[in-house]
Design a protein around this ligand. Structure first.
Ligand SMILES: *Cc1c(COP(=O)(O)O)cnc(C)c1O
Length: 400
């Protein structure tokens, strides 16, 4: 997944342009910047690459989710349906706009189970936020259908699936809005950064203003801009955008390499008949950042994880079920509703109630799942070695 593995001359060249003119801010300074507009260039490149009308760069993927939720009008009293398996940023963003994250079970796609989503809808539901986890996608047709039926907005958290597609359309370009993260470990990186993508002009204009203190950006004088609504500062800097510009040009190469490495590793693991793989709603559209696989039982999976650890080869293999940051089981701060800023009593109670539901269907999936991160730097021989070691450990545990 990580574009940082390819850091090189391309990134340094884009950065040098910014260092040479010294204008590190994306807005204003039209004269001194001598025609260097890295954030604007990257936004154009994002629209072209991912097929959206608009793109608003921001300072992180979390900021992108917060901005998109605000631009979609999600706030006080609203419920946002989001999966039990995701990075904490998803629910952080929902809580930060005053809405309640309604956590819902995932299925063997490792993303929202559409039937569970349907059951979670209440009169307060405003938005469905699927998270395209670990490089692959949610069942978007089913979710779009539900959104239509109940008049909900669809916000794709595509932070982990840059370059993945669903039925020929780019992930992140399909909902009312979609977000990417360009943090340091994502498929392409800005160091830190994120983007809101949308085809809706209203959502774009609001995202543009919201992420820069409410500036309407209509004139050439920032000081004379109007502020039609209250915003915040989620701006990206020119330095970060410069890095992203170099990275997005390499993205086709990243994706091709990921696919090649993923395919080789999957072929090796497929030798073990007890190993099954994540279901992918559109297999053509996998971005191949992770190979996610299952063993028949949780005990066997735990035993494999323990053996990998013992042999010092666990790195790069993620057992999300025990992970503090990606699965409901360990989100104690959420379960207890611990925030630094006081929430309204009703909001706090709703957050706590949601986080303390049972997630038996998710547990049954996640307890048996291991995701192997695909590196861009692997060689064919290294994959062969890694794969053989994994197979040996799995066979030893299964006694097969
Ligand atoms: C990384 C990530 C985010 C947040 O991105 P940051 O840029 O780190 O704030 C949001 N959602 C998911 C699923 C992510 O993996």
């Amino acid at each position: 997944m990580p574009g940082f593995e390819t850091w090189g001359a391309e990134e340094r060249k884009e950065l040098q342009d910014v260092l040479d003119n010294g204008i590190l801010m994306r807005y204003g300074f039209d004269g001194p910047r001598k025609g260097i507009w890295k954030a604007v260039d990257l936004e154009k490149e994002i629209c072209k690459t991912f097929g959206t009308k608009y793109a608003q760069l921001v300072s992180s993927g979390t900021a992108a989710l917060t901005t998109a939720l605000s631009a979609l009008g999600v706030g006080y009293g609203d419920e946002v349906i989001t999966p039990s398996f995701t990075f904490v940023a998803s629910f952080e963003a929902v809580i930060s706009v005053g809405a309640t994250p309604v956590l819902v079970d995932v299925d063997d796609t490792l993303t929202l189970n559409p039937e569970a989503v349907r059951k979670a809808i209440t009169p307060k539901t405003k938005c469905i936020m699927p998270v395209h986890m670990c490089g692959s996608m949610a069942d978007l047709d089913a979710l779009k259908e539900i959104c239509k039926e109940f008049n909900l907005v669809l916000l794709e958290d595509a932070c982990q699936s840059i370059g993945g597609t669903y039925k020929g359309q780019q992930l992140g370009s399909i909902g009312d809005a979609g977000t990417f993260s360009f943090d340091f470990v994502k498929t392409m990186t800005c160091g830190e950064g994120g983007v809101v993508m949308t085809n809706r002009e209203d959502v774009y204009i609001k995202s543009d203003g919201y992420s820069d203190h409410g500036h309407d950006h209509k004139g050439v004088d920032r000081g004379a801009d109007l502020h039609p609504f209250v915003g915040y500062n989620f701006r990206i800097s020119e330095l970060h955008a410069a890095v992203g510009l170099a990275q997005i040009r390499k993205l086709p190469q990243f994706l091709a390499t990921q696919k090649k490495h993923h395919t080789q590793l999957k072929n090796i693991l497929s030798q073990v008949p007890e190993v099954s793989f994540r279901r992918i709603p559109d297999p053509q559209g996998d971005s191949h950042t992770f190979l996610s696989w299952f063993l028949p039982t949780e005990e066997q999976t735990r035993a494999v994880v323990a053996k990998l650890k013992e042999q010092g080869i666990l790195a790069g293999n993620f057992y999300w079920y025990d992970n503090n940051w990606h699965y409901i089981r360990k989100w104690d701060h959420l379960k207890q509703g611990i925030t630094l800023n006081a929430l309204s009593p009703e909001h706090k109670a709703a957050v706590i109630a949601q986080a303390n539901k049972e997630f038996k269907a998710s547990d049954a999936i996640m307890g048996r799942c291991i995701s192997t991160a695909i590196s861009l730097t692997w060689t064919e021989q290294l994959i062969e070695e890694k794969g053989s070691k994994l197979v040996a450990v799995i066979r030893e545990v299964l006694g097969s």
